[in-house]
Design a protein around this ligand. Structure first.
Ligand code: AMP
Ligand code: FE
Ligand code: FE
Ligand code: ZN
Length: 282
């Protein structure tokens, strides 16, 4: 029997991807994936459409989310899978994150306007009609629509990245608290792209990762486009030493992120099985 092809990290237009959830799942079928997780930022809103498309195409859809968290002032992304979406503490916390993301748009728009790029919140919301979770990628799209930048890459590099004129902080729960919320909601959590360009690489040293393991972290996303071969080798070793599950995924965003095609990295079936059984035990 051929080995299952499993991709555990993707984004739809419910957050900052460009495919609708159902189209993302159909595309997963086309590229030969057997299992795909939908992990929109800070929301479960795409699940129903994705699961329906999964039933229709035969692709196993894993319901998930990529939660924005904080580790001593550094942004850390935490992938959560198989949680109860109605669990009140978790749902309330994600609601708080999404609400602050909305108020952040006004701060970003004001900052960009002062930097010489007039923009208002309505311009940003016009670029994110399906999104439950709005973010900087939609601001980038609004800047593209105004002709200020060519693509999201340029918008982040010059205007929206941390320390740039259009950057603004947003609320995020402490990572250990988020791990606890995910577990209490019956799920498992995997540290997303720890050493990626957006990861808190400096805070996520081997001992920093060990502290998260002690707080209950279940796995590490090792194979990710932001990790070079040396990083992948080291992270795999750290995961082995700490007995953490190892995943590999695309972080697909449709046309919103280049070089992140569905299935470009995959997760070994045994590792996915470990995650599933950990969730089953909660
Ligand atoms: P936010 O969550 O609103 O702070 O925005 C962060 C999101 O922006 C992440 O999910 C990334 O996928 C996306 N992102 C970060 N850097 C880039 C980039 N250079 N090009 C496109 N998307 C990016
Ligand atoms: Fe994203
Ligand atoms: Fe991320
Ligand atoms: Zn992601």
């Amino acid at each position: 029997m051929p080995r299952l092809r499993i991709d555990l990290h993707t984004h739809s237009s419910v957050s900052d991807g460009t495919d609708r959830p159902e189209d993302l799942v159909r595309r997963a079928k086309e590229v030969g994936l057997d299992v795909v997780a939908l992990t929109d930022h800070d929301t479960f809103d795409g699940w129903t459409a994705a699961l329906a498309a999964g039933a229709e195409t035969g692709v196993e859809v894993v319901p998930g989310a990529e939660i924005s968290t904080d580790l001593r002032g550094h942004g850390v992304h935490l992938l959560a899978y198989l949680v109860d979406p109605g669990n009140p503490p978790l749902a309330d916390e994600l609601g708080r994150v999404r609400h602050d993301r909305r108020t952040r748009l006004a701060r970003i728009a004001a900052a960009l306007t002062s930097a010489g790029f007039p923009l208002d919140v309505a311009d940003i919301l016009a670029r994110s009609p399906d999104a439950a979770t709005v973010g900087r990628p939609h601001v980038a799209d609004a800047m593209i629509a105004k002709g200020y930048v060519r693509d999201r890459e340029e918008a982040f590099a010059w205007w929206l990245g941390q320390g740039r004129p259009g950057w603004a902080a947003k609320y995020a729960p402490p990572v250990d608290e988020a791990i606890h919320l995910v577990h209490a909601a019956g799920g498992v959590c995997v540290l997303a792209h720890p050493w990626g360009r957006e990861g808190a690489r400096r805070a996520l040293t081997p001992s920093g990762i060990e502290a998260l393991r002690d707080a209950g972290l279940d796995g590490i996303e090792v194979d990710h486009q932001d990790h070079d071969d040396a990083s992948r080798r080291t992270l795999r070793r750290i995961a082995q030493d700490l007995d953490l599950v190892v995943t590999g995924s695309s972080d697909y965003h449709g046309t919103g992120k280049l070089d992140h095609e569905l299935g470009v990295n995959t997760t070994a079936p045994e590792e996915w099985e470990r995650l599933r059984s950990l969730a089953g035990g909660r």
